[in-house]
Structures are given as structure tokens and as C-alpha cells.
Design a binder for this molecule. Sequence first.
Ligand code: GLN
Length: 313
Amino acid sequence: MMTALDSPPLGLVLADIVHSHRPRSEAGSVPAGIPHLSSPPFDRFGIAVATTSGDVFSAGDADLPFSIQSISKVFTLAMALSADDPGRLWSRVLREPSGTSFNSLVQLEVEHGIPRNPFINSGALVVTDHLMERFPDAAGHVLQFLRVQAGQHSGQGPFIDEVAAGNELANSSRNLALAHFLKNFGNLHRSAEAVVENYVRQCSIMMSCVEMAKAGLFLARGGHGANGPVVSRSEAKRIGSIMLTCGMYDAAGEFAYRVGLPGKSGVGGGILVIVPGECAICVWSPRLDSKGNSLAGSAALADLSDRTGWSVF
Ligand code: GLN
């Protein structure tokens, strides 16, 4: 573990991480089918750390808003667990790594409409459907939570990019197919169209690394958010466990091996990582590896955990 005596201050470490990991070439890819995600330049790179003692450190493009995409699934899950009896949700979605891509249809068919976990698309659609029972505008509810947690550090705070959401919705055949599959198996209570629209809007939330690190901090603080408890200590532990085993899709094992921390990625190039009791980290760089995780972001987190000793192991 890093100590005050033998390590440089965190701000300097982050500046060096940016220097080492900011992409110098267009390696990696941007997701097909979500047109707006190809717009940020390939060399964007930001990192922020929000600590349980209330400090925020950042470097690079940490104040630029990016599309959080699947990182939203962490917050939707937290909202769903805090809104209702968790047992009802867990009868509809499992907690096992999928070993398949995040939008796979095959596994859902074979496993009779019960998604492997809440962080693949089919599982997230079930969680959104569940949250919509209490909050028909589930995306608006998640956004409100993020705005409160993130505070007004910079700019306008988290917002939904409605144009991007509209674009993605027009290209949502696969997510609609997943939703219709779920419906056919009796595991979707609302219309497939309504659930996918809500899901796409929550994926289209824009926020910066600094805001994301602050928003995720409740998971490092035993469920305690900016204004009080968000989820219980046990639920915070469980969300962290699901991030560790399922947060990086079919690269969860590789990420756990390299970084040793619970994380959740999105195809916008962001990754949220939790260091229980210490801090929440957000890194963003838009180019992705073949599994849909930020190429530079994953490398930077492996480097940061090695330099600081931050790990759950
Ligand atoms: N909106 C994207 C989708 O549904 C999110 C995927 C992701 O970030 N992995 O395909």
C-alpha cells in the first residue's frame, strides 16, 4: 500500500499516468452502431480519483463529459436494489459471469430468458424494467441520483444527450431483440420499446471523470453517498462483487488479473473502479479493445494499481 513517506503525491502520480497512457495513435476501435461515440478524438484521456476522505485528484481530460454507456448499469442496479425488495430482482437475473459478449442473444435463448448478470445488456434491461415499476422515468431517476452525488464541480453536471439517445434508439435492433426475447420468456413486464428507450437514455448520460468518480464513491464508502445511505453496506459489497466478476464483460477475468479491483466499463471508453474503503477511480479514453473496454483506460488502471498497491487482494 502506498504510504505518505515512500510515494509521490497522488496528483503527480495521475499526471504521470496521463503522460504514459494518453494514446499516441488510433489503435483500437469505436463501437459500430452508435454513431456519436466515434466523435471524440482518439487521444482523449482523463483520470480522476475521489477519496473517502473527501479529496478529488484528477489529470488530463478529467473534466470533459463523455458518454457513460454501460457504466450506467451500476447505478441502475443500485437504484433498483434500494427501491425494492432485492429478492424480487434476483429471481429475474443471475449473478454469474457471462463469458459471452455483452449483447449476446444466444445465451439468453439457451437459459430461458434469465440473464446471467445485471451488467450484460439483457440483465440491464431486466433491471431497468424492474426500476420502472417504481420510477417510470428510470433514466431520469438515475440521472437525478448522479447529479446529486457528483455535485456541481464543473460545467453543467451530468445530463442526457438526447440526440445521441435518439440515434442509438434508431440503431437498437439487437437490444430490442433481447427485450422481446425477455418478454417472450415472461421476464419483462413493460413493453420492449419502453424499456429499451429508457435503457438507451440512461446509457446516453454524459458526465466527466471527476463527476463519475464522485458518483461512484458511495460504493467505496459502504453504500454511503453524498447525502446519506444509498444502499446498505451488504448491498455495496455485493455490487462490488458483481463488478469484479461481471463488470468487464467477457474480459472480467483478465481485468481482475491485471487490476485486482472491481470495475465497470462502457463502450464510450469510460471505466469506473472501486477501491473499498479508499476511493473511486474513473478513467476515460475512447478507443476500445476487442471486448469493448477502453484500451488505454485498462492499461492505465493496471499501472495505477501496481504503483499504489490499491487492490482487493
Ligand atoms: N448502449 C450500449 C448498448 O446497449 C451500451 C453497451 C456498453 O457500453 N457495453 O449496446
